[in-house]
Design a protein around this ligand. Structure first.
Ligand SMILES: [Zn+2]
Length: 406
């Protein structure tokens, strides 16, 4: 389905919005400014700046914080962004635990809450998330009306446009409406993303890819997804599922994926794939320190590899090979300046990265590969939750911010 909007010229209202956006951006970025300094920085007329400032003051988006010094004449009234005027919420529904964070409009967290993810119906999980958010805002002494946006991260296939999680094997979810029901309970817009998109935004804003406008992140956890930042914005795609690289078919593979198809990349490049590789080796009579263990995950295979276990080491090498292919695909397709390996398996570090780099560069023509850095995430275990907060922030900004970076 094509999604095309007619092109419209800038009218008077648009110009006013652009000017308002410029002024608000300047106040947000500038710390403490005055009407006169805004007029100088933006080249807008002083009456225009004053009118916009009055409007922003009336909406509580900025505040006056006293008077500045002057060499002569009337001292300027200093203005500051009111970070508490609008709050954002991030929620990460993980396989084992659910975490929420309430943050101010700059992304600085006021509080965090964590509970085990309910094992029952999706309704129960969503009700728990809503209850956690309501309780946290009440304890902070703020009303739900202050929440400008909620970002939710789900470990599975999500459609950003409809807010539906189409498949999350770890949660046992299929076609679960997440955004609609949560939005109805909280009275705020809810934006649903997969873990790859959230992790990519977190790395782009406050991680290893800080300030890099074009980056791709391969989120290797229990499954495999990707997040692409293009021109400083996360890519959603027409279907809202951009980045689901784990379900690209790899010819020659025979295992069935959690999505029901055979031969998906995720069946060989994920935590689940590491576990399957060890089980196959044990069934074939190989010796490994994981033999006899019934229940272990990808991270434990990685840890066994680190201890020198040959079966685990081979499994990690194979994971690196397929992640290398995935990295070459995103490099060739999107030309990012950086590819970040994220998710729980990124903790394997250099033994994995060395293989990913070698294989990726083998499969990229020289101009595509030139200067692309392939590195591991630095944000650790709360990357999904930070991504949820930052995505809520970015989405809420679009309500009043019409000027984006060129
Ligand atoms: Zn699949």
């Amino acid at each position: 389905m094509a999604n095309r909007s007619p092109r419209r010229g800038a009218d008077h209202t648009t110009m006013r919005e652009v000017n308002r956006s410029l002024v608000l951006d300047l106040i947000r970025a500038g710390g403490t400014v005055s009407r006169a300094s805004i007029a100088r920085s933006t080249s807008l007329a002083k009456p225009t700046v004053s009118a916009i400032v009055d409007e922003l003051l009336a909406e509580d988006l900025i505040k006056e914080i006293g008077v500045g010094s002057t060499a002569g004449g009337r001292p300027p009234i200093l203005l500051q962004f009111n970070a508490r005027s609008q709050l954002v919420v991030g929620a990460h529904i993980g396989a084992r635990k659910t975490t929420i964070a309430i943050a101010d409009a700059t992304g600085s967290e006021l509080t965090r809450r964590e509970l085990p993810t309910p094992s029952g119906q999706p309704d129960e999980t969503l009700a728990t998330v809503a209850t956690m958010i309501v309780a946290a805002t009440t304890d902070e002494g703020v009303g739900l009306a202050t929440i400008s946006a909620v970002g939710v991260v789900v470990p599975g296939l999500t459609d950003f446009h409809t807010g539906i999680c189409t498949l999350a094997p770890n949660l046992g979810w299929r076609d679960v409406a997440v955004g609609g029901p949560l939005s109805a309970r909280l009275g705020a817009p809810v934006y649903v993303h997969n873990a790859g998109q959230a992790a990519a935004v977190a790395e782009n804003v406050e991680g290893i890819g800080c300030g890099i406008d074009d980056l791709a992140l391969l989120y290797a956890g229990t499954g495999l997804s990707a997040g692409v930042i293009a021109g400083g914005r996360v890519l959603h795609g027409a279907g809202g599922t951009a980045g689901e690289i784990g379900h690209c078919a790899v010819p020659g593979l025979a295992d069935r994926c959690a999505c029901g198809r055979v031969g998906c990349l995720e069946t060989v490049a994920s935590g689940r794939a590491l576990v399957a590789a060890v089980h196959r080796a044990v069934a074939g009579g190989r010796e490994t320190i994981l033999a006899g263990r019934r229940d272990f995950d990808g991270r434990e295979v990685a840890s066994a590899a680190d201890q020198g276990d040959p079966v685990a080491r081979e499994a990690v090498a194979e994971l690196g090979r397929y992640l290398g292919y995935a990295a070459s695909w995103v490099i060739n397709a999107y030309s990012p300046a950086m590819v970040v390996i994220g998710g729980g398996l990124a903790a394997i570090g250099e033994p994995l990265l060395a293989t990913v780099r070698r294989v990726a560069l083998e499969h990229c023509p020289e101009p595509s590969a030139r200067g692309v850095e392939i590195c591991a995430s630095q944000l650790g275990v709360d990357v999904e939750l930070r991504g949820a907060v930052l995505l809520a922030m970015q989405h809420s900004e679009t309500y009043y911010r019409v000027v984006f970076r060129a």
